[in-house]
Design a protein around this ligand. Structure first.
Ligand SMILES: NC(=O)c1ccc[n+]([C@@H]2O[C@H](COP(=O)([O-])OP(=O)(O)OC[C@H]3O[C@@H](n4cnc5c(N)ncnc54)[C@H](O)[C@@H]3O)[C@@H](O)[C@H]2O)c1
Length: 319
């Protein structure tokens, strides 16, 4: 089996490459990444030593880059992680989000169709559903929930989902989409909440919190996400969407306080700032379809994995 992983030098792409190399040592994996500010080739240092892994620097928006990768490596499966992924950056500069997340996905789809790939898997996000009120704890997004994205980031991801589904309906391309909640674990860029909090806490720097910090996110350990994607690309049904969540709903402020406690740092490091524009209140995801239809049940224990993650960033900061 030959798998093309786009965005392989980013946070989840890197974890997915390592997971697939250990789970399927007989697969040939090609990583494609343009190495934006968010991509770090150093993350893939161990993978680059494997004869099963090849890295190609290239841009999913560039047809000649994408064509040459498909011609040379003839993937059976494409997993598209490549994206601009930071909500705050999308509020400041939306255009690049449409360019990469929508038009880049279309370039990949066109090439996947030409090469008759067996499966195109789009990595989407639960943020395409918008947010839920804080007080209605029983509400969760299902795959049938309407798309109501709030930020230019989530709107670009929702648009990409629609073009993926259009390629399925119009041209018969074999596709699946997964919509996952917030990931945590190693190799994440330090602009994101968990690594940023750990880094600032270690250096006794101020930790800025948007608004009151009561916004709730549903956290999943990144390798659990990778396992779910592996399940979907092998067992998922053509044309279907699968939510991926782990039922770990925590407010941002509680999560920050947990990290401070683990690092033995005072809560006085926290300062509250003006809220993010259009800030989503609560995400909560129903992943029963993935569990019932594909038998997925591999979830890590949140507290253990958070402790491991904090340790990983602490060690990385010393290196
Ligand atoms: N991080 C999360 O919590 C989360 C949750 C749900 C879904 N997702 C989705 O998962 C995917 C990966 O997210 P992440 O957190 O690893 O993001 P990331 O920003 O860490 O990595 C994105 C990678 O894509 C690469 N890239 C960007 N533009 C490119 C282009 N034009 N051509 C080729 N490569 C390009 C970057 O260099 C980077 O390596 C994204 O599609 C994101 O929407 C992320």
């Amino acid at each position: 089996m030959r798998i093309l992983v786009t965005g392989a030098a980013g946070f989840i792409g890197t974890n997915f490459v390592y997971y697939m190399l250990s789970k399927h040592p007989d697969y040939e994996i090609t990583g494609l990444d343009s190495l934006t500010y968010a991509g770090n080739i150093g993350n893939l240092e161990r993978a680059l030593k494997s004869p099963s892994f090849t890295f190609v620097k290239g841009d999913i928006r560039c047809r000649s880059d994408v064509t040459s990768v498909f011609d040379k490596y003839s993937p059976d499966i494409v997993v598209n992680f490549a994206a601009e992924s930071h909500v705050d950056r999308s509020i400041d500069s939306p255009a690049i989000f449409l360019d990469t997340n929508v038009l880049g996905t279309e370039v990949l789809l066109e090439e996947a169709l030409k090469h008759d790939v067996k499966r195109f898997h789009q990595i989407s996000t639960d943020e395409v559903y918008g947010d839920l009120p804080l007080e209605k704890k029983n509400l969760r997004f299902t795959e049938q929930s309407i798309l109501r994205p709030s930020s230019p980031y989530s709107a670009s991801k929702a648009s990409a989902d629609l073009i993926v589904l259009a390629y399925h309906r119009t041209y018969g391309l074999n596709v699946t989409i997964s919509r996952c909640s917030n990931n945590f674990g190693p190799y994440q860029h330090e602009e994101k909440l968990i690594p940023k909090t750990i880094k600032n806490a270690i250096s006794d720097n101020v930790i800025s919190v948007y608004g009151t910090g009561e916004n709730i996110r549903d956290w999943i350990y990144v390798i659990d996400h990778c396992k779910a994607v592996d399940t979907i690309i092998h067992k998922g049904k053509d044309g279907e969407i699968y939510n991926i969540g782990a039922d770990n709903e925590i407010s941002n402020i509680s999560l920050i306080k947990m990290i401070l406690k683990a690092l033995n740092k005072p809560e006085s490091l926290i300062t509250y700032t003006a809220d993010r524009k259009g800030h989503d209140l609560r995400y909560a995801i129903d992943s029963s379809k993935l569990q019932k239809e594909l038998g997925f049940s591999e979830y890590s224990e949140f507290n253990n994995k958070l402790a491991e993650t904090i340790m990983w960033y602490k060690i990385s900061a010393i290196k």
